[in-house]
Design a protein around this ligand. Structure first.
Ligand code: PLP
Length: 360
């Protein structure tokens, strides 16, 4: 049977991209060598880097007054880089706590400032939901507000569009970037570890409004300083060139598919197929309020948790891999990033229906 990989990461790549990379691996552009072996300062690689940036700008319609930076360190490095770069003279920032990753960002920010933690989780008819943005108690003294629009582990999304006047909005888009269009102009800073919808682990995308550069605290490590990255075209230290190249192939793939509007259409279709199936069954359950259900990560539980183990074993044997929920939550989780075709969701729901018939 065809294998469908429902892993939350690292790295879910379209099979067409993997095949292209395989074909080009040993002899890239007729150079007789691999793209990862050429100098990052060569004109050939600079072309890769510039094209990747331009394609990302086209896909996300990034306004001209934003810099696009590529760095090492994943999203967790940004948990530190954000306060170090953006706090300026402030000692306070608003941190919206909507789940595991937003909370992890708080723990890192505590090293550099006084985070004003705003717990926005709420109970909606027995389901886990998020308070509307108008009820987020932001503090006038804070330098920015940080939130995570898609909680990869909890399967919780905040799709409401931020509108907080002059307040700088910072968002961790790691597990939802490229899944649909984003109005970048609403944000001061967007960052994302690449390894869900962009490319392999090891590269991070930062989209930052120009006026936020140049305020880094003096103790900021140079590799985390946005101005230093910008002044060096994201090549202050040796960049993760292979990940950058693969991300560029994914951007080309996204464009060829019809861009982010088409991705949104597909992701809406895929996720609603799965949620509808779960909602129409008493055997499976998703505990997230409808308005906050993630298009990317769908956690679900069996009514009888005793069956988890056999569910996972049988699913795996049927070619439906990596459905085990995160260790923090247990249960199941289907991560259905851009690279997951609708056929994968259909195979999953057919398996789930069959499992329910046999064990329900
Ligand atoms: N933020 C979100 C939303 C994530 O999903 C993850 C990882 O899955 C992280 C942060 C941590 O990213 P990294 O491992 O790249 O530091």
């Amino acid at each position: 049977a065809q294998v469908f990989n429902f892993s939350a990461g690292p790295a879910m790549l379209p099979v067409e991209v993997l095949r292209q990379a395989q074909q080009e691996l040993c002899d890239w552009q007729g150079l007789g060598t691999s793209v990862m072996e050429i100098s990052h300062r060569s004109k050939e690689f600079i072309q890769v880097a510039e094209t990747a940036e331009q394609d990302l700008r086209d896909l996300l319609k990034v306004p001209d007054n934003y810099k696009v930076l590529f760095s090492h360190g994943g999203a967790r490095a940004q948990f530190a880089a954000v306060p170090l770069n953006i706090l300026g003279n402030h000692n306070q920032a608003d941190y919206i706590d909507g789940g595991y990753w937003a909370h992890s960002a708080v723990q890192e920010a505590e090293k550099y400032c006084n985070p004003n933690v705003i717990d926005v989780k709420t109970n909606v008819n027995g389901l886990m939901g998020i308070k509307p943005m108008k009820d987020w108690a932001l503090n006038d003294k804070s330098a920015y507000v940080h939130y995570c629009p898609n909680e990869t582990i909890d399967g919780v999304a905040i799709d409401e569009q931020p509108d907080f006047g002059d307040k700088v909005v910072v968002a961790d888009f790691s597990s939802t970037i490229m899944s649909r269009p984003i109005d970048v102009s609403r944000f001061g800073l967007i960052y994302a570890g690449a390894q869900k919808n962009i490319g392999p682990a090891g590269i991070t995308v930062i989209i930052v409004r120009e006026d936020l550069l140049g305020k880094a605290r003096k103790e900021t490590p140079s590799i985390l300083d946005y101005s230093v990255l910008d002044a060096n075209d994201s090549m202050f230290n040796t960049p993760p060139t292979f990940a950058w190249y693969l991300s560029g192939l994914v951007f080309k793939w996204l464009k060829a598919q019809g861009g982010l509007t088409e991705m949104a259409r597909r992701n809406e279709e895929k996720s609603s197929h799965l949620y509808n199936f779960i909602d129409n069954s008493d055997f499976y359950r998703n505990g997230i309020a409808i308005a906050n259900r993630s298009w990317m990560n769908v956690p679900f539980q069996l009514a009888d948790g005793e069956l988890d183990k056999v569910f996972l074993e049988e699913a795996n044997a049927a070619g439906l891999h990596a459905l085990k929920g995160h260790r923090v939550l247990g249960g199941m989780r289907a991560s259905i990033y851009n690279a997951m075709p609708l056929a994968g969701i259909q195979a999953l729901t057919e398996f789930m229906a069959d499992f329910e018939r046999r064990h329900g």
